[in-house]
Design a protein around this ligand. Structure first.
Ligand code: 2NE
Length: 263
């Protein structure tokens, strides 16, 4: 696969830059987007001339806002248990034997926040905003989205993020350990380039071993994700989940507690 429609893929000076290119959808991903991201990550993973991968979104509004709700009809439009191979995508970010940096240029919401969680490092613009929205829109991203987030920001904070679905500023994300650095929007690229240059000077094999050894401790979360996606595919068939998607698309508050009471 090389004729991408949903992403951009470019390699410069050993750095592979993968950009979700759906700004009109706030860089939400549909099935095809996930497949293209997976393909590009495979290319970057096994090309020995590439030492670091940067994952980002196009434009200045969003990094990624998760699953494309306009392609959701009791499940998304692609392959896999829920019509989005997100567990494969998230697992692959961790398997790529080189650092993957999230360049967070705007909203990192829902599955977008999970991508940030899965990346090895994250550098955010001051304008970025973070959060999970699943329980507000009839979804949840179990596995790396929940359990790995708890490893990253702590149990209490992760539960707050999921149970209240608030939005957090870049400075708050920095304070909770979700991102490594925050810079003014105009300096984001220069800062990411600096981090990439430093990484490119390191021993690639030592980096690969370090990454795999960090992963080893939390790899069991992938199994939790598989189990969770199986449950999620059943949840997507319920009126309660449909109400969340419909409410988002109709720009109204969901009425979860009324579902099933009519008639
Ligand atoms: C991103 C956010 C916070 C932006 O809010 P706001 O108020 O600044 O803008 P607005 O009007 O909500 O959004 C701007 C445009 O972007 C679209 C909106 O529909 C709107 O389109 P227009 O009305 O202008 O035509 N948009 C934004 N996000 C979208 C999305 N994900 N899919 C399709 N269109 C989207 C606010 O928009 C927000 O909270 N978005 C929620 C995103 C959401 O529900 N994501 C899915 C979560 S579930 C998930 O990701 C997932 C997973 O990761 C793994 C497994 C299963 C599910």
């Amino acid at each position: 696969m090389s004729d991408y429609t949903d992403i951009l893929f470019e390699v410069t000076a050993g750095v592979a830059r993968i950009t979700i290119n759906r700004p009109e959808k706030y860089n939400a991903f549909r099935g095809k987007t996930c497949d293209e991201l997976i393909d590009a990550l495979h290319k970057a993973a096994w090309d020995r001339s590439i030492g670091v991968v940067v994952l980002t979104g196009s434009g200045d509004k969003a990094f990624c806002t998760g699953g494309d709700q306009s392609a959701h009809d009791g499940g998304y439009d692609g392959r896999g248990l829920i019509g989005l191979p997100v567990e494969e995508l998230q697992g692959l970010i961790r398997e790529v034997p080189k650092p993957v940096i999230a360049r967070v240029n705007g909203y990192a919401i829902g599955g977008g926040n999970v991508l940030v969680t899965c990346c090895d490092l994250a550098i955010a613009s001051e304008t970025a905003q973070f959060g999970q929205v699943g329980p507000k829109v009839g979804s949840v991203d179990p596995g790396f989205g929940t359990a790995l987030l708890a490893r990253v920001v702590g149990e209490k904070k992760a539960r707050e993020i999921w149970f209240l679905c608030r939005r957090y500023t870049a400075q708050q994300a920095l304070a909770m350990g979700l991102v490594n650095a925050v810079v003014p929007a105009a300096e984001l690229d220069a800062e990411v380039d600096r981090w990439c240059e430093e990484i490119m000077a390191m021993s690639p094999t030592a980096l690969a071993i370090a990454k795999r050894s960090f992963n080893a401790d939390s790899d069991s979360i992938r199994g939790i994700g598989g189990l969770g996606m199986q449950a999620l595919s059943l949840y997507y068939g319920t009126a309660e989940s449909h109400e969340g998607v419909a409410a988002f698309l109709e720009k109204r508050k969901p009425r979860f507690r009324d579902v099933g009471k009519e008639g």
